[in-house]
Design a protein around this ligand. Structure first.
Ligand SMILES: Cc1cc2nc3c(=O)[nH]c(=O)nc-3n(C[C@H](O)[C@H](O)[C@H](O)COP(=O)(O)OP(=O)(O)OC[C@H]3O[C@@H](n4cnc5c(N)ncnc54)[C@H](O)[C@@H]3O)c2cc1C
Length: 377
């Protein structure tokens, strides 16, 4: 059976690695190398890294113990969850994954998938390379071509909601080089949050994910945030912009399937995609060529986390800056001990502790009602 994978990002290469020798795999990537331009902060959980390090030995940049959750007034809560994290360098990870995939798959760089056609009764893909155009026959087409997936559009797959992101790597005085900083509030994002992912004690990836205009929110974060503005340096090392799909969509139709951002395989409450791609690729490989089982096993594993993740995402738009200030003020001591039960890869762990927390803290009844309604407690 001939499988054609479009896209050499983590979703495409992990799919190729997991399909291994079960079929004849060809992967096409339009750029000269995968991982460019970088559109990632590189934060993944330790269990995700433990699986990836089989293929990627050099991508580790930093280790993460937990996170500081900032309210807009500059106060913060420290949360150290059950799972630790790591920061990786995507350029290196993507390079190493392509190398691993090339052990069993045929990889063509600088090769763009344009469209499919039927010729002499077989399905063929039109691929444009630097030396011209060719047709590649396939039995199964896998769209791992990212958030703006050409494959998904061509075959009429439903599309996820899109958030925008802008990120800069810059000199930054981190509160703790092993703690991520998350900045909440409508003044710093429309419907999501801003973040600082430390590379070391004096450098971080500072970014904003937002429904609209993340660049203006990022400028405001750097210039006006009571804590960030005092610690962000002026010298920017790298600027990245990208899009984040939220909400899982259709993932297969007849002999076409999607994996990764093209399918909305991203945690809706953080925008992190790599762990979900890794799990999806394992499930695809295990069930190949049964695409129905690929979908049902993926939903069995992550369906509950998607539902909770979407509710948390909605809550970001419902809480006002005053609500965030109040939450951090009253929750400071109590939240910190309860969050040891939280798992960054599984937001449903939040549902088990939140009702207990709400009972404990003296929040305004209207704020309790708002949180309970959005999280369907
Ligand atoms: C600012 C930002 C920060 C992020 N931070 C994190 C984070 O900290 N942790 C995390 O887990 N996730 C993070 N993410 C999400 C993560 O980067 C994505 O989920 C992940 O890169 C998606 O992988 P993918 O393989 O599906 O798509 P991509 O990485 O986009 O790869 C798709 C590939 O397909 C190729 N392609 C596209 N069209 C064609 C075509 N027609 N023919 C051939 N090739 C084609 C592209 O060149 C590209 O290489 C972040 C996203 C953004 C925007």
């Amino acid at each position: 059976m001939k499988v054609l994978i479009v896209g050499g990002g983590p979703a495409g290469t992990l799919a190729a690695i997991n399909l291994g020798n079960k079929c004849e795999v060809t992967l096409v990537e339009e750029h000269q190398a995968a991982g460019f331009p970088v559109q990632c902060a590189g934060l993944i959980s330790q269990p995700c890294y433990d699986k990836l390090k089989k293929y990627s030995k050099r991508s580790l940049v930093n280790r993460i113990e937990g996170a500081f959750f900032f309210s807009p007034d500059g106060n913060y809560i420290e949360m150290v969850g059950k799972r630790k994290g790591v920061v990786i360098e995507r350029k290196i990870l993507d390079f190493e994954l392509i190398k691993e995939a090339s052990r069993t798959a045929e990889i063509f760089l600088k090769s763009t998938y344009v469209e499919s056609c039927v010729e002499s009764g077989s399905k063929k893909a039109r691929i444009v390379t630097s030396s011209g155009e060719r047709l590649e026959e396939y039995d199964l087409l896998i769209g791992a071509d990212g958030v703006n997936s050409r494959v998904a559009r061509e075959f009429g797959f439903s599309r996820p909601e899109i958030f925008s992101a802008v990120q800069v790597e810059l000199a930054f005085e981190c509160l703790d080089e092993n703690m991520v900083e998350l900045y909440f509030g409508r003044y710093y994002s429309d419907g999501f949050f801003a973040y600082a992912i430390p590379i070391d004690s004096s450098t971080a990836r500072l970014g904003v994910v937002s429904k609209s205009d993340p660049k203006s929110y990022l400028e405001r974060l750097v210039e006006k945030h009571p804590s960030v503005s005092k610690r962000a340096g002026k010298s920017v090392i790298e600027v990245n912009a990208g899009a984040i799909p939220v909400g899982l969509n259709e993932i297969f139709k007849e002999n076409v399937c999607l994996i990764g951002d093209s399918a909305g395989m991203v945690k809706p409450y953080t925008g992190g995609g790599i762990y979900y791609h890794l799990l999806a690729a394992e499930i695809l490989g295990r069930n190949f060529p049964d695409l129905g089982k690929y979908r049902s096993d993926y939903l069995k594993l992550l369906g509950k986390d998607y539902r909770t993740g979407m509710r948390i995402l909605r809550l970001y738009s419902k809480l006002s800056d005053t609500d965030y200030n109040e939450l951090v003020r009253v929750g400071k001591d109590m939240f910190e001990s309860y969050t040891k039960e939280l798992d960054m890869d599984h937001p449903s762990s939040l549902l088990s502790i939140l009702p207990r927390l709400i009972k404990l803290v003296s929040l305004k009844p209207a704020l309790i009602a708002k949180i309970a309604k959005e999280l369907a407690l």
